[in-house]
Write a protein of this length. Structure first.
Ligand code: FMN
Length: 153
């Protein structure tokens, strides 16, 4: 299997009402304290992972990976580097680390970008060349940081 493979999505037009969307946004909140005895059901967690996977980025490259951290020892070691996540690292049933692809992975000609652009987006060579010229100046750090920011939102 291609290690860069990204699953594509086929979806029906959803039937959301404006009130339903606003209701969900009003209901949502950032959890600050976690019950160590509570566990997110697998089906819900899978949906959350899929929601993160579907988050868009400015160029459609989605240059991130997610690691679901279950090992409590590793979670403790992460604490000095994650000041905003002290309580969840101790108590949340699931903890996801978002990792930006390395600079080399989001460079034109890399296996990852070629897979995204040629196999998923299926853009013609001419457009690939145009993208390369247009995007190269803003790639690398900017793209990595944008990707991670977008994904966690
Ligand atoms: C970009 C971003 C980064 C955040 N980082 C943290 C964080 O490191 N730790 C944390 O406990 N909450 C974090 N939050 C959650 C905010 O504290 C929270 O969304 C804000 O207080 C508003 O509360 P609400 O989301 O419950 O309405 C973050 C939110 C955003 C949008």
């Amino acid at each position: 299997m291609n290690p860069n493979a990204i699953a594509t999505v086929h979806a029906e037009k959803p039937n959301f009402s404006p009130a339903g969307v606003l209701g969900a946004l009003k209901y949502r909140y950032a959890t600050k304290k976690f019950d160590p005895n509570a566990k997110i059901p697998q089906e819900t967690f899978d949906a959350l992972l899929e929601a993160a996977r579907l988050a868009p980025t400015s160029m459609g490259f989605e240059p991130w990976k997610m690691i679901v951290l279950t090992d409590m020892e590793v979670r403790q070691k992460l604490k000095p580097f994650a000041w905003g996540a002290q309580n969840p690292l101790d108590n949340a049933s699931h903890f996801i680390v978002f990792i930006a692809n390395k600079r080399v992975d989001v460079t034109f000609g890399s296996a990852y970008l070629d897979h995204v652009l040629k196999e998923i987006h299926q853009i013609p060579d001419k457009v690939y060349d145009f993208f390369q010229e247009a995007y190269n100046p803003v790639l690398h750090e900017g793209l990595q940081h944008d990707g991670i920011r977008t994904c966690r939102l």
